[in-house]
Design a protein around this ligand. Structure first.
Ligand code: FRU
Length: 343
């Protein structure tokens, strides 16, 4: 009986390896980054041995560099980095890799090959797709396009610009104006409003949906007719209320391009690396055009998915609760048998 009770109480535990994954986010203050974080957390719940340690650099390069160095010093098992600005953050990311910590670079690139894996969609291709879509909207005469930039030092903004302008090259009928929004609603709004007149604008291409919608709002306040006429194009196409897909469905945006967060892939790949499974140097995520033809259907599908996800989470919580009750009972049995043995 004594041996039996010992085997019962020792059966669990010890078989799951424990890992700490450090995550260096450029920021977590916008919807896209919140979605990325959620994707990571949901996926990480598949791996009970994995703990995530999140750092938020609040869009500051120096803070991000400091936080990456802290994670290295703490000797986390793996680091995931989404660089605020690619240039300045590169050194710290390379330091982590050279310290022997596997590094996953996600979304925004670093300017070095010294990392374990890159995960993200091709921003140059997304910019080019936006440019090709824009080409289909050009008028016969001159067309004026306003491009609203994300943060200029972020590789995603630069690539989205390069792809876009390459698709429009050699077209003398295009007048391209530049506005800076650094990814933010308020900055984009103020700088668009500063243009003063909107009569000449035909198309607004913004590096994310937040800024495209901010531009529409700014113009709507001054010149509603212009706001109705101008075609707004964004990037991200997030599901959910008030986000990109809904905005396309409702006609506020003419198009948006899906920019997958890669959060779930990053956690899966992290788990593989930590368990010695060979991984690729790059995981290219795919984008897709959302326009008036598919926005309605896709919106419904994403709502349904979110609903399933919620149900899965609920069931997972129930299972956890049941499992801990079961463990309690199992231990009690062990204890009772032990006492019986003693008696
Ligand atoms: C958020 C965000 C997204 C964008 C991505 C690009 O900071 O601006 O809206 O698509 O970063 O890196």
């Amino acid at each position: 009986i004594f041996i039996l009770s010992l085997t019962i109480s020792c059966k669990r535990g010890g078989e799951e390896k424990e890992f700490v994954v450090g995550i260096s986010h450029s920021s977590v203050n916008d919807s896209w980054r919140k979605a990325m974080m959620l994707d990571m957390q949901v996926k990480a719940s598949d791996y009970p041995g994995m703990t995530l340690e999140m750092k938020d650099a609040n869009e500051d390069n120096d803070t991000q560099i400091k936080q990456i160095r802290e994670l290295v010093k703490k000797k986390v098992d793996l680091i995931i980095i989404s660089a605020n600005e690619s240039g300045p953050v590169t050194t710290a990311a390379v330091e982590a890799y050279r310290a022997g910590i596997p590094t996953i670079i996600i979304d925004r690139k670093i300017y070095s090959e010294e990392y374990t894996t890159f995960i993200g969609a091709d921003n140059y291709e997304i910019g080019r797709a936006a440019g090709l879509f824009t080409n289909s909207l050009l008028k016969n005469g001159k067309t004026t396009i306003v491009e609203i930039w994300g943060r200029e030092g972020s590789s995603s903004a630069l690539d989205r610009h390069n792809g876009f302008s390459d698709a429009l090259i050699h077209n003398d009928n295009i007048i391209l104006k530049t506005v800076y929004g650094r990814w933010h609603r308020d900055e984009a709004k103020v700088n668009i409003a500063a243009l003063g007149s909107f009569e000449d604008i035909d198309i607004v291409y913004a590096h994310n949906d937040v800024m495209a919608l901010a531009a529409r709002e700014a113009i709507m306040e001054v010149n509603p007719q212009a706001a109705e006429r101008i075609k707004f194009i964004g990037i991200d196409a997030l599901p959910g209320k008030g986000k990109g897909i809904e905005a396309v469905r409702d006609g506020y945006l003419t198009a948006s391009f899906v920019y997958p967060t890669g959060g779930s892939t990053a956690i899966k790949v992290a788990w593989q690396i930590l368990n010695g499974v060979p991984v690729s140097k790059q995981y290219a995520l795919t984008s897709a055009l959302i326009d008036k033809d598919n926005a309605g259907t896709i919106y419904l599908q994403t709502e349904q998915l979110a609903d399933y996800q919620e149900q899965i989470e609920k069931q997972r919580n129930n299972l956890d609760k049941m499992f801990s009750e079961y463990r309690f009972l199992q231990n009690s049995v062990g204890l009772i048998l032990l006492l019986l043995g003693v008696v």
